[in-house]
Design a protein around this ligand. Structure first.
Ligand code: NAD
Ligand code: IPM
Ligand code: MN
Length: 325
């Protein structure tokens, strides 16, 4: 039996994930869905944001649908989502940014770089060690090359090798792997890439980069498609997989029923594609398209529909599709 862990997390995770969960239930009532309660809210209630047992529970799932967790800028707080990515070794963070005229896949290294966790705050100085390993770089660039092979076959390497020796290392390995695989590639400094992606989005296919650069460039690129409410992601490892919107818990709009559930729905679609139901994934995408074309839009993209109103319209469109079951 296919088991799907549902993690709402915090903030608008409680609003957008139920919509995406319902879409999955509608397409696959036969799956076993089980909740895992982690996040900042859990920490406030119990002093523990994520227990070892929660990680163990996530590992029993075929895939995880994840909302977002609040990660406050506190000295002693470990981000739940970072802990999960590391514990499940979800090294490839795939963030598609796609619309008319462009189709970009950002492939973000997800386990090291500036997120090594090797850091300390002293009285007069704080340090974070940026770790770029050969194994970590080889596996992310190979994942990016595999993605490029299933798409338009073009790889862009984003880095800051003019300043960071760790990125000279990253860039060299990426280029060697690209040459070895015979894939078309170019490389760009990440700051220039940030602007060029906005100016010439059609010039990009797969963009591979280190952890924090991928974090920033994916939020920036979301501007191309109408903002963070629309961009999904997949966190993939060799054994486990987790699907989540690129956005966070959005405390500024949480609890108001105005969050856009498209990123969560698209994450559910990526989840289905990953576990082998490409048709279900396409049905979710096309239901979103139907609802948008009918003029039902949430506030962030110029409409006035609430999260649930939009979600119900998508569920209705899904239900109306010719179904095999
Ligand atoms: P955010 O992505 O939560 O929000 C940024 C802006 O985008 C806000 O104005 C928000 O209202 C808007 N927005 C985000 N999602 C939206 C949606 N679905 N519909 C409409 N508008 C949307 O980023 P932030 O405000 O910088 O961070 C808030 C919290 O979330 C922080 O604690 C941060 O650490 C955390 N965070 C978690 C994740 C994750 O769990 N994967 C990702 C990003 C941020
Ligand atoms: C993301 C988020 C996380 C990250 C934070 C909340 C730890 O911004 O998923 O993009 O930096 O990876
Ligand atoms: Mn981010």
């Amino acid at each position: 039996m296919t088991r799907i862990a549902i993690v709402e997390g915090d903030g608008i995770g409680h609003e957008v994930i139920p919509v995406a969960h319902q879409a999955l239930e509608l397409l696959h009532p036969e799956y076993d869905y089980f909740p895992v309660d982690v996040g900042y809210g859990r920490w406030e209630q119990t002093g523990c944001p994520c227990a070892d047992a929660d990680i163990a529970a996530l590992k029993t799932a075929d895939a995880v649908l994840f909302g977002a967790v609040t990660t406050p800028p506190m000295r002693d707080y470990q981000s739940v989502v970072l802990r999960i990515r590391k514990a499940l070794d979800l090294y490839a963070n795939l963030r598609p940014v796609k619309s008319d005229g462009f189709d970009i896949l950002i492939v973000r290294e997800n386990t090291e770089g500036m997120y090594s966790g090797i850091e300390e705050i002293g009285p007069d100085r704080a340090t974070t060690l940026r770790v770029v390993s050969r194994t970590g770089t080889e596996r992310i660039v190979r994942a990016a090359i595999r993605c490029a092979g299933q798409r338009r076959g073009k790889l862009t390497i984003g880095h800051k090798a003019n300043v960071l020796k760790s990125d000279v290392f990253f860039r060299d390995i990426c280029i060697a792997e690209a040459q070895n695989a015979g894939v078309e590639y170019n490389d760009k400094y990440i700051d220039a890439l940030g602007l060029d992606i906005l100016q010439h989005p059609g010039a990009y296919d797969v963009v591979v980069t280190t952890n924090i650069f991928g974090d920033i460039i994916s939020d920036v690129s979301s501007y191309l498609v109408g903002g963070l409410g629309l961009v999904p992601s997949a966190n993939i490892g060799d054994r486990y997989a987790l699907f989540e919107p690129v956005h966070g818990s959005a405390p500024d709009i949480a609890g108001k029923n105005i969050a856009n559930p498209i990123a969560a729905l698209r994450s559910a679609a990526m989840l289905l594609a990953h576990i082998g139901d490409q048709e279900g994934a396409e049905r979710i995408e096309s239901a979103i398209g139907t609802v948008i074309s009918s003029g039902i839009l949430t506030r962030d993209i110029g409409g006035s529909a609430g999260t649930w109103e939009f979600g119900e319209a998508v569920l209705k469109a899904l239900g109306n599709c010719p179904v095999g079951r």
